[in-house]
Ligand binder design. Structure first.
Ligand code: AMP
Length: 217
């Protein structure tokens, strides 16, 4: 499939569907999926000193510093698999990160084509987060209520173990949603003003994917 818009930001609350739709889009277009949450979890899993510091911040549902995430994103965006386009999933999350992203892209001769805003009501997001199951091996996402795996506890895609992320407990999920409203939601207006924002409000998954493709063609 050929799309006109391939340098993308996926913006939305945790649990709004950014990761799920990034994986669906990757099946039809070879875009690099850059999830800062996944990059940070990989660092954390490595057991490094930095990883230990990250664990405390992430388990509390707080944001990691703009400088650290910015450096990770810059290195990742410079890799050759981003030539065909990329999906930034969960980045930027603050005004400062949005400004840093503009400088990073300018420095490597790229620019954004669209910012997709996954607009999902808070009550739905909370319900989804606390029922979310994530494959410990490949990162595929399931849900105890509406997207059950064929075999309980096992990933349909790779056979890995399905776990609940430590920050998907109700208490932490509520905190993460508050962080989204206070630190990240102002970016909706920021990107609306510069003409990049594409809000997706459809809740049906297949229809929403069609809306996404239509916005990128
Ligand atoms: P996610 O998988 O996107 O929900 O991210 C999980 C956690 O990683 C967040 O709750 C933050 O602690 C951290 N994180 C991910 N992306 C960012 C970012 N762009 N800026 C700061 N912290 C981040």
């Amino acid at each position: 499939m050929k799309l006109k818009k391939t340098n993308l930001v996926f913006l939305g609350a945790p649990g709004a569907g950014k990761g799920t739709f990034a994986k669906m889009l990757q099946e039809v277009v070879p875009l690099a999926h850059i999830s800062t949450g996944d990059l940070l979890r990989a660092e954390r899993a490595s057991g490094s000193e930095l990883g230990k510091q990250l664990a405390a911040i992430m388990d509390a549902g707080k944001l990691v510093t703009d400088e650290l995430v910015g450096a990770m994103v810059k290195a990742r965006l410079s890799r050759p698999d981003c030539e065909a386009g990329f999906i930034l999933d969960g980045y930027p999350r603050t005004q400062k990160q949005a400004e840093m992203l503009n400088s990073i892209l300018a420095a490597i001769g790229k620019s954004l084509d669209a910012v997709i805003f996954f607009d999902v009501p808070d009550d739905i997001v909370l319900e989804r987060l606390t029922a979310r199951l994530t494959c410990a091996r490949c990162g595929a996402i399931f849900n105890k209520l509406c997207l059950k795996p064929a075999k309980a506890g096992i990933c349909d895609a790779c056979g890995g173990e399905l776990i609940q992320r430590s920050d998907d407990s109700l208490e932490t999920a509520k905190g993460r949603l508050e962080v989204f409203h206070s630190s990240t939601a102002p970016l909706i207006d920021f990107y609306r003003r510069n003409g990049l924002l594409v809000p997706l409000t459809e809740l049906d998954k297949d229809k929403k994917f069609q809306d996404l493709l239509a916005a990128l063609r």
